[in-house]
Design a binder for this molecule. Sequence first.
Ligand SMILES: [Mg+2]
Length: 269
Amino acid sequence: MNDQKQDLSEILKKKVFFFDLDGTIYLGDTLFDGVIQLIDILERKNKHFYFLSNNSSKSTSDYIRKLLNLNLNITRDNIILSQHPTIDFLKKNDYERIFLLGTQSLKKEFLKEGFILTEENPEIIVLAFDQELTYERLVNASYLLQNQIPYIATHLDDRCPTEEGYIPDAGGIAALLYKATGRMPEVFGKPNKQMLLFKLHELEISPKDAIMFGDRLYTDIKMGIEAGVTTCCVLSGEITMEMINKSKDSKPDFIIDGIWEIYELLKQL
Ligand SMILES: [Mg+2]
């Protein structure tokens, strides 16, 4: 519980609202109070809003479906996944032949974007949350990494929470490849500020007119601070007030119990 008195009115002036998903907008399959109404206000007031996730095991279409099931009717344009800044980088740098360590669902998304997915003479290795990883794929990646092929990752979360416990995420897979090859990838998802800046650049809106909401200091809040946007930590997910006080990570501009407080605030608009 956050008992500090804060003046949240600065938030009313923001033009762009970035929201982390898990722990911020929903927990598992339960949407937090006020989210549907909040989105409704943002739409009516012509604010830009985006939902962010590092989880690249799912495609953009999978996410739209998941949000629809939670009664959040939003479009592809409102979602930023870690594969988006990654794809943006690949296109800007003219990469075509890609060795993707990723799920079938993610592969489909890359194919739709026009990339050639291959383990034969690729130009770059892209590591994602590959839940269909095989030892053979790791072996092929290891050989290529030792031949100095460029190497990037959608994100590097070490582990992913599930109902039964943690499972290895992209960072876990990267750690395994690091043991064999001594190489770590460049990362595009959270906490890389590019996840926010590539979108702000597209919109031609300054970071100071944007705000990032999230429940993790070392990804959501760190990224927001580095991108130069205002940051707001929610206590509805992973982090507690005690953890924030003890943490050596940079502190957010605002701390709230949950996203419902922003709905109550934006009602004034
Ligand atoms: Mg979260």
